[in-house]
Design a protein around this ligand. Structure first.
Ligand code: 1PR
Length: 536
């Protein structure tokens, strides 16, 4: 029994390890944190979730004398599970801001995915893996999808083949897991991979449990699934309670005499429900973050902490990520705000208004100062942890030359027969239009280090008439990072439309899920029927 079993966790303090902690507790184990090299050497069972970038992680390991202890522990073939960067660090070196020397236990160099072969980098989402040998902890995965989020990967070679237990295809075949004896490491996140992921952890924590074997089918092409994301727009209502709300074209107030903020439920309850319903991710947007300081807004951090106890898929949180000086003159950097979100259970943070200002500045000066919240957070936490949320509004044009911004020929002409439109970015929850288009913004933020784009559309928000295909096509063709299509989903067909007509990697919806009009499961079943890869 593992009731009394203690897992030693090597958490060097960067990024979200909370979800993994929650998963370990959920599976009935207690955690002892590594403080000293001796804690590693005395461990019965060690989990090493690597988060952040390769170089700072190696730095901490070396400075604290942990690298040596880790190598000794692994060479003694004692129970070990590395996750994500915890796999990469086992290799000789990484090209991430490098070359940087790794632990050197497995031959090979960790390199960046090549986006020139049509795959978006980072590799974000649910992909299927191919077992190449008996891996023990993965043996019941079959053809299920697991959650990946990374820009760097190790590739199979003759020198490391004895280690490889599974591979995954994303442009090229990369190493999804390694195993030698009691030493395991996985590139994906078991703590974010729903039931399948929990079963991987369970098999690691309870090695003798009997499970049935199902083989994995051989695959060549990528099986990266299109993601279905549930979004919770969160704010305090007039009574001061934190609620999930939902706007019509960003107006969240009821059209009644009281004009109260529309209340669609409690954030933690809804998030837990969506996890159970099969959401691939859950996003929280603190929609009044532009005026209320999120670190003052402790309930939001509390929401994340509670939500991450029961949601074993990635959580994103946005709203109010920027530098801030409070009433007492205390200055908070955007990095501090983001760090607090990560510590509370967020896997990714999403930046809206502040990214618009950063992009405007960058386009004006052509200089990357490294000082914007976007640049700082992606440098420390990696670009896969930074989403930029765009809130554009459609502006019709008779002639595309009327503006200096990229425009498109629209599928449905405007109210006066206009055949073109550009998409103007806004800040402060759609309240203020800015002199920059969604296209220009998307390209600029990609260069500044965004790992993903959440593409809303104010015109379509809450309308249930489908996504803005013109906009989503424009943006998903312009960048090589993943694009999340958002705003306007009203029926299952809208999801297959966006995936078949654009290069969106994920589709997000709010209203239809909150009002229980279309369950997440039906969306997935419909996509499956249409031949679109999804995680069931
Ligand atoms: O500017 O960094 O503080 O971030 C603020 C964040 O809050 C941004 O991501 C911005 O999109 C969001 N936000 C601000 N005001 C609102 C509002 O609605 N009044 N919500 C708002 C954005 C849009 C989507 C929505 C989809 C799907 N919500 O996230 O969930 O449109 O809706 P649907 O499926 O019902 O059509 P900062």
């Amino acid at each position: 029994s593992a009731d009394d079993s203690v897992v030693t966790l090597l958490d060097y303090g960067a990024g979200n390890v909370r979800s993994l902690r929650n998963a370990i507790h959920f599976l009935g184990c207690n955690i002892k944190d590594v403080q000293t090299p001796e804690d590693i050497l005395n461990a019965k069972c060690l989990i090493f979730p690597g988060v952040g970038a390769f170089a700072p992680a190696m730095d901490v390991l070396n400075k604290k004398g942990l690298a040596e202890a880790l190598c000794a522990y692994i060479q003694q073939d004692r129970p070990f599970l590395g996750i994500c960067l915890g796999l990469q660090l086992l290799f000789e070196s990484s090209e991430e801001n490098g070359p940087v020397k790794g632990l050197g236990l497995i031959p090979g160099v960790v390199g960046r995915f090549d986006s020139s072969n049509g795959c978006r980098v980072p590799h974000i989402g649910w992909n299927a893996i191919k077992l190449t040998k008996d891996s023990e902890i993965l043996d019941d995965i079959g053809s299920s999808h697991v959650y990946f989020v990374h820009s760097y990967r190790a590739i199979p070679s003759d020198d490391n083949k004895e280690w490889i237990s599974s591979t995954c295809n994303y442009g090229d075949n990369f190493i999804a897991s390694v195993r030698r004896g009691n030493v395991h490491a996985v590139q994906f996140h078991p703590e974010k991979s729903g039931e399948v992921g929990l079963s991987v952890l369970r098999r690691f924590l309870y090695p003798k449990s009997e499970t049935t074997k199902t083989g994995a089918s051989p695959r060549n092409a990528t099986k990266l699934a299109k993601r279905v994301i549930a979004c919770l727009d969160v704010r305090t209502n007039d009574k001061g309670d934190l609620i999930v709300t939902k706007g019509d074209q960003y107006d969240v107030r009821e059209q009644t005499a009281e004009n109260e903020v529309r209340n669609l439920g409690k954030p933690v309850d809804l998030a837990g429900q969506y996890y159970k319903d099969g959401a691939d991710e859950v996003s929280f947007l603190n929609i009044t973050g532009f005026r209320d300081f999120p670190l003052g807004d402790l309930p939001m951090l509390q929401v994340l902490r509670y939500a991450s106890e029961n949601c074993f898929v990635p959580l994103t949180v946005g709203g109010g990520i920027r530098d801030f000086t409070d009433g007492n003159g205390r200055h908070y950097s955007s990095l501090e705000v983001a760090s607090e979100y990560f510590r509370s259970g967020a896997d990714k943070i999403s930046i809206g208004s502040d990214a618009v200002y950063a992009a405007e500045e960058y386009l004006k000066t052509k200089v990357k100062t490294g000082k914007s919240s976007l640049e700082q957070i992606s440098r420390v936490y990696g670009n896969q942890a930074v989403v930029v949320s765009i809130d554009p509004r459609r502006v019709y044009l008779r002639d595309p030359n009327e503006v200096e911004f990229k425009s498109v020929k629209v599928t449905n002409p405007g109210p006066h027969g206009e055949e073109y439109a550009w998409y103007q970015c806004t800040v402060n929850g759609g309240r203020e239009g800015r002199p920059i288009g969604a296209y220009e913004l998307a390209k600029a933020v990609e260069e500044l280090g965004a790992g993903e784009i959440l593409l809303n559309c104010i015109d379509c928000d809450g309308q249930g008439k489908g996504f803005d295909i013109d906009l989503i096509k424009l943006i998903s063709d312009a960048v090589s990072i993943p694009v999340i299509a958002s705003s306007g989903a009203g029926a299952v067909e809208h999801f297959s439309e966006v995936f078949s007509k654009t290069n969106a990697s994920a589709a997000l919806a709010a209203g239809i899920f909150h009002r229980k009009e279309v369950p997440i499961q039906s969306v997935k079943e419909y996509l499956l029927k249409k031949g679109i890869e999804v995680r069931m």
